[in-house]
Design a protein around this ligand. Structure first.
Ligand code: IPM
Ligand code: MG
Length: 361
């Protein structure tokens, strides 16, 4: 029987609630598929600041380095909003991404037919939507130097960041995007701002050069402003979308909303050894934290991605995904995906229902 190690980073806000449900589901699926998981738990984000003064403590780093995969809830909240940029909970998340070299962020946006009415777009525009955003996660303006806020002699302050990618960083993420396109619909759209920004002129050139190695993939390029418009105008034109760190942050929230609720969307952040950190696309939702109102499905589906990409347990991943479908078929809804007037279940009810649906397969 294979034994895997998974580090849980519940984080802040609704993080602990949704990670708790995903853990239940992982335990249940492991026993059905005959493998074991050793779970460890550590602090990241605001909770880590409160407990040890740093958003990414050394003890968390050691466990992160040792684990086969990491499941994260969410970080951040109003309690830490007043802190200087370098001490905020979000810095913990950026640090762990950089530390583990998790440059490849996968954000699928899949519309479950059961939720077509929950989308803010007309059902016919989103029915059958299934796209994958491949976001570069450890470079670009999020990490570029120089950065800071500085005052000149007169006391006038200026804030600045640097958007920078070298050829190798572009090439390694682009290769993966072409390969994901090959496993899916065979179409790749690279999103940039090559009409203005030199860094993305290079991006476009490198991605175009790679196309000859993937003659079976239909490559297109789109400026980010147009991509934002196309995502809400005709989102089904996209199969795989490749983009940099900042554009990917923004476009993935847009894509998430097309599916009805950001509470449904999982993500994976991988390095070149397929070690990864998995997290829901949504944030810590401090307004509903601790009330059992959060939708745990994005985290449960992130656990499925974890099983698939880092633990190589594809059958177990599929079991979770079909269990989620069955639960949606049964009509169970947390508040974020309920139609007006429909009755609403708790975070724990939803997690329990997925565990029960696992045994129905
Ligand atoms: C995300 C989040 C993060 C990001 C924040 C919390 C640092 O918005 O994962 O999309 O900007 O990458
Ligand atoms: Mg974001």
């Amino acid at each position: 029987m294979s034994q895997h190690s998974v580090l849980l980073l519940p984080g802040d806000g609704i993080g602990p609630e949704v990670v708790g449900e995903a853990k239940k589901v992982m335990e249940a699926v492991a026993s059905r598929h005959d493998f074991g998981i050793d779970f460890s738990v550590a602090d990241l984000g605001g909770v880590a600041i409160d407990n040890s003064g740093s958003p990414y403590p050394e003890s968390t780093k050691e466990l992160a380095m040792a684990a086969d995969a990491i499941l994260l809830g969410a970080v951040g909240g109003p309690a830490w909003d007043g802190l200087p940029a370098a001490e905020r909970p979000e810095r913990g998340l950026l640090a762990i991404r950089a530390d583990l070299d998790l440059f490849c962020n996968l954000r699928p946006a899949l519309l479950y037919p059961q939720l077509a009415d929950a989308s803010s777009l007309k059902p016919e525009l989103v029915a059958g939507l299934d796209l994958l955003i491949v976001r570069e996660l450890t470079g670009g303006i999020y990490f570029g130097e120089p950065r800071g806020i500085e005052a000149d002699e007169s006391g006038l302050r200026r804030g600045f960041n640097t958007d920078v990618y070298d050829e190798n960083e572009i090439r390694r993420i682009a290769h993966l995007a072409f390969q994901f396109a090959r496993k899916r619909g065979g179409r790749l759209c690279s999103v940039d701002k090559a009409n203005v920004l030199e860094v993305t002129m290079l991006w476009r050139e490198i991605v175009s050069d790679l196309a000859s190695e993937y003659p079976d993939i239909e490559l297109s390029h789109m400026y980010v402003d147009n991509a934002a418009m196309q995502l809400v105008r005709a989102p089904k034109q996209f199969d795989v979308v490749l983009t940099g760190n900042l554009f990917g942050d923004i476009l993935s929230d847009t894509a998430a909303m097309l599916t009805g609720s950001i509470g449904m969307l999982p993500s994976a952040s991988l390095n070149s050894e397929s070690r990864g950190l998995y997290e829901p696309v949504h944030g810590s939702a401090p307004d509903i934290a601790g009330q059992g109102k959060a939708n745990p499905l994005a985290t449960i589906l992130s656990a499925a991605m974890l099983l698939r990409y880092s633990l190589n347990e594809d059958a177990a991943a599929k079991s979770i995904e079909s269990a989620v479908e069955r639960v949606l078929d049964s009509g169970l809804r947390t508040g974020d995906i309920a139609a007006p007037g429909e009755s609403v279940c708790s975070t724990g009810d939803m997690g329990d229902a997925v565990v029960t649906a696992l045994s129905a397969s």
